[in-house]
Design a protein. Structure first.
Lengths: 478, 192
């Protein structure tokens, strides 16, 4: 039986050449000390495989029609066996892919692994990062709920800022001049066919380059890269101390890959897929579109950059960052690889993480957005049941001041916290601010009657820190 | 070169003999070379032709929506009497030129205000900053955007926040006792 199976395998292998195809790749020598830090790349690929498998499964029920996509997603989520789990896997798989590609990139940068002769490994990796982000954004749009439709408009508006061809780009994204039947299907084609095909091609190229140039050895301080001698030194070292990729190196990839899939599955089971928003009806204006978490930091950028620079930042910043990332290895492809001898590389990674992290937190809190549903001020907070302060508090809420200002934890965070504003502004200051507006505050001079202005001023002026009882007693004793 | 037991080369592609004649190891004649050059050019030309044959309709099909005309029809919103003077209301517009499978995504909204007996003003519901849906706060007489905090006065001019331009005004008229609005494209801000 065993002999028969062996014979069958030999026949198949002779005709298909599988051993010749896979064998050299599996058995090629890798540095013996390339260990856990080297698993982020394979983890990214594992996440991509999860995306392909779950994506194919979802496409069995998903209909990419503007009028039906939302309903099919509801069916997948609420009724189809395993539908909820698969959507959750697809969502957390996307998150894992973004995280792993970021970790892989940071590790490659810190290890100086982009230097000679692996410059194109880095460049193809940068393009794969870009494709991953495009997949993330287009994937959110395929949810085709209210947030998705408004996100398409936001994408079109950003494209519209590109000089000369902005309108064309915007209409290309919308699939016309408005959202409609052509909008979703083009994002479906991009998400399901076009970008995955590019990812397959570039993963193949990336892996081909990994095999061609070998897995970089862990950097050693004081052992710089000299393009003239590097290849010989690398291969000599491999011959002496290298180990076959499979299984000596690959087992760690299998461990990390398995852990990643289990983590994605657990997250999908515990948290489930992202909830669907309201139906994709652009005539419903009670909407609050937000990107998925991996683009939340960019949402914050759009709110925080000075308006005068906004267009330039929106267009030039991604272009400059993209070009810089692509040319990193061309600017610096020799010399020390160890991060300890390249402290600026640690600074770049740390600054990037801090910057994206802080913007992410800002995006999640989005204090610049008005609070359309503020908790009403209580009688305790107002401190009066009638009179100008009470009337002023009523007007403060009615005129949407509370949408932007915080008072005792109630209201929005767009403007300054006014809980104790009476301690820092005089009566006249308050009147001037309300009538003329200020930085990021509308002028209410034309929309308020004199008595309304007087009442709101009285309320705002009354917002003072309570005087502690002890000091009150001390004052009375004097 | 690895050989099978019968002596045949394992891979056909290992048998590259670029500088030999078509039948053996003799040096190629000039006729062979010119034939090869011809076949090379023929193959490349045919490949290019096939790519164009497939590529031109593909590109044309994908960018076709760019050339679709924006909706430009007057659409009735209701009787004039249905709208109270001074009140700003949200009206729904359905794109008459939308594709049949657009469903509810063919709808859009605008803010309409009756300012006189037969005078109306209409504003696009898209914030000029990033296109998010602005809401009308009637007591405050302000339009507010939920995304990045853009605020507009009742006349559509920018009151606060990042919008670079006032809200876009839409064409609106009265005809035969009806209020009519022109369904237009989503306004795209080109300001840098």
């Amino acid at each position: 039986m065993k002999r028969l199976a062996l014979g069958a395998w030999q026949w198949i292998d002779d005709r298909l050449g599988l051993a010749d195809l896979i064998g050299p790749a599996a058995k090629h020598l890798v540095p013996h000390d390339a260990r856990w830090w080297y698993t982020f790349g394979s983890a990214t690929m594992v996440a991509f495989i999860v995306q392909v498998v779950t994506g194919v499964a979802l496409s069995f029920s998903y209909i990419s029609s503007s009028s039906q996509a939302y309903e099919t997603l509801k069916f997948i989520t609420d009724e189809a066996p395993f539908g909820n789990f698969l959507r959750g896997m697809h969502y957390f798989g996307a998150s894992a892919m973004v995280l792993m590609v970021g970790a892989h990139m940071a590790q490659t940068f810190l290890f100086g692994a982009y230097k000679f002769p692996r410059e194109m490994n880095w460049t193809t990796g940068v393009l794969l990062l870009a494709f991953t982000l495009v997949m993330g954004f287009t994937g959110q749009l395929l949810r085709w709920d209210q947030t998705a439709t408004w996100s398409v408009v936001i994408a079109a508006e950003q494209a519209g800022r590109v000089p000369l061809i902005g309108d064309w780009l915007a209409h290309f994204i919308l699939g016309g001049t408005t959202i409609g039947g052509a909008t979703l299907s083009r994002f479906f084609a991009i998400h399901v066919f076009l970008v995955p095909a590019l990812i397959f091609v570039f993963i193949a190229l990336h892996l081909r380059l990994v095999l061609r140039h070998g897995i970089s050895e862990p950097p050693v301080a004081g052992k710089p890269v000299h393009p003239e001698t590097y290849r010989k030194e690398y291969h000599d070292e491999l011959k002496q101390t290298g180990v076959p990729f499979f299984p000596d190196g690959a087992w760690r990839d299998f461990v990390v890959g398995t852990a990643l899939i289990v983590a994605i599955a657990l997250l999908a089971i515990i948290f489930g897929p992202p909830a669907l928003d309201k139906p994709p009806d652009p005539s419903v204006l009670q909407a609050d579109p937000r990107p998925d978490w991996y683009l939340l930091w960019y949402f914050a950028v759009l709110a925080l950059i000075p308006p005068a620079l906004e267009g330039y930042v929106m267009i030039l910043a991604p272009a400059v960052i993209g070009i810089l990332l692509l040319v990193v290895p061309l600017l610096n492809n020799r010399g020390e690889r160890a991060a300890s001898r390249r402290p600026w590389s640690i600074a770049v990674v740390l600054l990037s993480v801090i910057m994206i992290g802080s913007l992410w937190i800002a995006g999640a809190r989005s204090p610049w957005s008005p609070n359309f549903d503020p908790q009403p001020l209580t009688q305790e907070i107002i401190g009066a049941t009638s009179g100008p302060v009470f009337e002023g508090a009523r007007l403060f809420q009615e005129k949407a001041c509370l949408n932007c200002h915080l008072i005792d934890g109630h209201g929005g965070r767009r403007g300054p916290d006014l809980t104790y504003v009476g301690d820092r502004l005089t009566h006249d200051n308050i009147v001037i601010r309300i009538v003329n507006g200020g930085v990021n505050m509308p002028a209410f001079g034309k929309s308020l009657k004199p008595d309304e202005l007087a009442n709101i001023t009285a309320f705002v002026e009354s917002r003072k820190q309570p005087v502690p009882t002890a000091s009150l007693g001390a004052t009375q004793n004097k | 070169m690895p050989l099978l037991p019968d002596g045949l080369p394992k891979f056909a592609m290992n048998e590259i003999v670029p500088n030999e004649s078509k039948f053996g190891t003799e040096p190629p004649s000039s006729e062979d070379m010119s034939r090869r050059r011809f076949f090379e050019k023929l193959s490349l030309a045919l490949g290019g032709f096939c790519a164009a044959l497939l590529g031109v309709p593909l590109v044309g099909f994908v960018i076709a929506p760019l050339f679709r005309k924006a909706p430009n029809e007057w659409l009735s919103l209701g009787k004039i009497a249905d709208f109270e003077i001074g009140r700003t209301v949200n009206v729904t517009i359905t794109d008459p030129s939308s594709l049949p499978w657009a469903g509810i995504s063919a709808k859009s909204a605008a803010w309409l205000r009756r300012v006189g007996e037969e005078q109306f003003v209409a504003f696009s519901a898209h914030c000029t900053h990033m296109g998010c849906p602005v809401r009308w706060l009637s007591d405050a007489k302000l339009f507010m955007c939920p995304c990045h905090g853009g605020v507009y006065y009742g006349d559509g001019t920018v009151a606060a926040g990042p919008p670079p331009k006032p809200l876009v005004r839409l064409a609106v008229r009265t005809a035969n006792g009806q209020v009519q609005i022109k369904a237009g494209p989503i306004p795209i801000t080109n300001t840098l």
